[in-house]
Write a protein of this length. Structure first.
Length: 375
C-alpha cells in the first residue's frame, strides 16, 4: 500500500518545501542565478531561509562545495560576506562572474561591442581550421564558426570572463543533441528526431548566433538586476582548489553548503563544452563522489574520507557556536560518521520535500538539512 500524504509529509518542514505555484521557476532562477544552467544546485530561497534562521545578520558565510555560487549570491543579496570553494575551474569562473561588482556602463559597452560583432559575423559553411575534434563532433559547421569567432572576442574586452560565460551558455544550447537531453547527451545527434520535450519532430541546431545574441543581452540584464539589490559593501571571495587542504581564510559565522552526492553527477562532464572551448584545467580525478568511481563499498568509504576531511578543515575556521548547515539526501546513512570524524555535533535535522522539476525524473524526493556545530 502506498504511503499516505500524512506519512509522507508529517515530518516535513513545510516552510522549506515549496510547490511550483509557491516558488515558480522565474523566482528560483532570479537575476544571476540563471547566468548558466547548473544541474543539482539548490534553490536560493533555501539558502536565504538557512541564513535567516541560523547565521547572525551581517556575518561571514562559507560554502566549501560552492558549485555555481548559489550560497554566495544569496549571501550578498541578504547582507552577508561570503567565501566559496570549488575544485572545478568552470565553477570558479561562473562564481567570479556572478559575484564580482561591476561598472555597469563599462560592462554594457563591452557586451554591446561583442553583440554587434556576433550579429554581423558571416560564418563559413565548413569547419574553421582551428576547430578541435570535439567541436567538429558536437557542433554543426556554422555553429562552430560562430562560437569560435565569439571566442576570439573574449580577450579583446576588459570583461573577458563575462564573455566566457556567455560563450559557454551558447555552446551548451548549440550542441548537436536532443532538446530533452541537454544535461548529459550521450552522442551527437545529426538527424531529425522525435522530441519528448516539444512533443514533435525536431532537428539538431545548425547555428549558434541566436543563442550568442540572446545570452549576451540576458547576461547584461541579469547582472544589472543583481547590482541593484545586492548589499553595496558585500564581499565574495572565490577560492579555486581542494577544500580538504586549502587555507580557507576564516573565521566564519556559519556554513551553508550542499556537498556532491556519491556516484551521481560528473560536474566536469556536465560542462565539457566549456572546458573544451575555454581551455580550462580539469581536476576531475580528485572530485569527490564522481560517478566514474561508482558506489562500491570502497568508493563510498573514499567519499566519506574526503567529505570528512573537508569538514574537518572547515571546523578550524568556525567562530564559537557557528552553525554548519548541510543540505543532503543521505539515503546511505553516511553523514553520522562524516560529522563524527570532522569533530562536528548534530544539533538539528530538518526534512524537506523537493519538487523535482528538471529533466524527465519523476517520483517523490526528499532531502535533509543537517545543522551541526563544532564539538
Amino acid at each position: 500500500m502506498a504511503a499516505t500524504q500524512e506519512a509522507l509529509y508529517g515530518e516535513i518542514d513545510l516552510a522549506l518545501s515549496w510547490s511550483e505555484s509557491e516558488l515558480p521557476e522565474r523566482e528560483r532562477t532570479k537575476h544571476v542565478h540563471r547566468l548558466h544552467p547548473y544541474l543539482g544546485k539548490f534553490v536560493p530561497q533555501l539558502v536565504e531561509a538557512m541564513l535567516d534562521r541560523y547565521v547572525a545578520a551581517g556575518g561571514r558565510v562559507l560554502d566549501p562545495f560552492a558549485g555555481s555560487g548559489t550560497t554566495l549570491v544569496q549571501a550578498l543579496e541578504s547582507g552577508y560576506d561570503a567565501t566559496g570553494v570549488d575544485i572545478a575551474s568552470f565553477n570558479a569562473l561562473l562564481m567570479r562572474v556572478k559575484t564580482r561588482p561591476y561598472n555597469l556602463d563599462a560592462l554594457r559597452a563591452d557586451l554591446v561591442w561583442a553583440y554587434d560583432r556576433a550579429e554581423t559575423f558571416e560564418p563559413q559553411t565548413t569547419y574553421p581550421a582551428d576547430a578541435s575534434p570535439y567541436v567538429r563532433a558536437w557542433f554543426a559547421p556554422t555553429a562552430a564558426a560562430e562560437l569560435l569567432h565569439f571566442r576570439s572576442l573574449v580577450e579583446q574586452v576588459a570583461h573577458a570572463d563575462v564573455l566566457r560565460v556567455v560563450l559557454a551558455r551558447a555552446a551548451r544550447s548549440a550542441r548537436r543533441t536532443t532538446h530533452f537531453d541537454l544535461e548529459f547527451p550521450r552522442e551527437p545527434q545529426r538527424e531529425e528526431y522525435w522530441c519528448f520535450k516539444h512533443r514533435r519532430t525536431c532537428r539538431p541546431v545548425e547555428s549558434a548566433r541566436r543563442f550568442l545574441l540572446r545570452y549576451t543581452l540576458d547576461t547584461l540584464e541579469r547582472i544589472s538586476t543583481f547590482a541593484d539589490i545586492r548589499a553595496s559593501d558585500g564581499v565574495a571571495e572565490i577560492l579555486h582548489g581542494d577544500a580538504r587542504e586549502l587555507d580557507l581564510r576564516g573565521s566564519y559565522d556559519g556554513v551553508v553548503t550542499s556537498p556532491p552526492y556519491p556516484g551521481l553527477i560528473d560536474y566536469h562532464e556536465q560542462h565539457r563544452y566549456a572546458y573544451e572551448l575555454l581551455g580550462l584545467d580539469e581536476h576531475r580525478e580528485v572530485e569527490l563522489g564522481r560517478p566514474a568511481k561508482g558506489t562500491s563499498r570502497a568508493a563510498l568509504q573514499e567519499y566519506v574520507d574526503g567529505i570528512a576531511d573537508v569538514f574537518r578543515n572547515v571546523r578550524e575556521t568556525l567562530k564559537l557556536g557557528a552553525p554548519v548547515c548541510i543540505v543532503v539526501n543521505d539515503k546511505r546513512g553516511l553523514y553520522p560518521e562524516i560529522l563524527s570524524r570532522a569533530g562536528l555535533r548534530l544539533e538539528d535535522r530538518l526534512e524537506r520535500h523537493v519538487n523535482r522539476r528538471t529533466g524527465r525524473r519523476a517520483g517523490e524526493y526528499f532531502e535533509s538539512i543537517l545543522v551541526a556545530v563544532a564539538n
